[in-house]
Design a protein around this ligand. Sequence first.
Ligand SMILES: *Cc1c(COP(=O)(O)O)cnc(C)c1O
Length: 338
Amino acid sequence: MINLLSDTATKPTQEMLTAMLEAEVGDDVFGEDPSVNQLEAHVAEMFGHEAALFCPSGTMTNQLAIKVHTNALDEVICDHDSHIWHYESAGFAWHSGVRINPIAGHRGKLTASQVEGAIQPAYDWLARTRLVVLENTANRGGGAIYRLNEVDPILKVCKANNLALHLDGARLMNALVATGESPLEWGKRFDSISLCLSKGLGAPVGSMLTGNTDFIREARRFRKVMGGGMRQAGYLAAAGLYALQHQVERLDEDHKRAKRLGAILSQQAYVKSVRQIETNIVIFDVQDHLTADDVLSAYRQNGLIASAFGKRTIRMVTYLGIGDSEIAEAVGIIEKGM
Ligand SMILES: *Cc1c(COP(=O)(O)O)cnc(C)c1O
């Protein structure tokens, strides 16, 4: 089976497993795991932030950011396609007692004037706007990339209105490899950043949260409250560090392979249209007389799995483990079609 469901399907390479086996470990709840400490220092430095925190998942790093940046009855502004709005089980309400104001942006991205227009005036009967969350790349936006020059005017609005700015950078490295922008420049603009190690970067588990010392101290406390204090987590941290040191540049290959799939898809009679492909996510619509499930079951019979992204919409994701031979096979199955 060729699995194009998600870039979370990555498995550790032999070299990564070796790095994990050789990791020095300790009890991270006491702050005594050298490999976790090394990873946290590495990522903090990468973004020019004071501190970082290793967590089990990107959901947890986003939820911690919301928890620390807000008080109950506050409001969070984000795009209506955001991960925090769709895919975190309404955890913002559960953990933080806040409301979300989901704004209809373009391909998962907001503009400064949309953010400004969403800020609530200070009336007793309104929630208090406190936090803006951007997503780069935008997952439901089809892997769309924010550029720094799009972030700058949003940052200006945040500063003028005393709002914190968090980045859900689950796939930030995909964006930065594509644009050539630097992590330091991104770090400068955000109060906190969440980065997944277990997507395209290829680690088996883990996400990082970065911010200033006070922010991370609080996040660390709430991580424990949520049950995310891990003991000899250094075995996992070693995988994350390996990924950041060896598996960032190769994300470009995933992007090229996604574009190749898109080019082949756009030639198929059963495909109505392929959305713009900027990184490793391919989203396309099938013709009106078909459903996504019709096409997906034909694919599956021929050895390819992808996911429905709506009644007539399909998503495919490329990642470490989908090399040229897998792409060649996938192309054959796509061309065979229905
Ligand atoms: C995958 C993802 C996350 C975090 O997901 P986990 O599965 O909890 O690690 C957060 N934001 C975006 C945009 C994602 O794609």
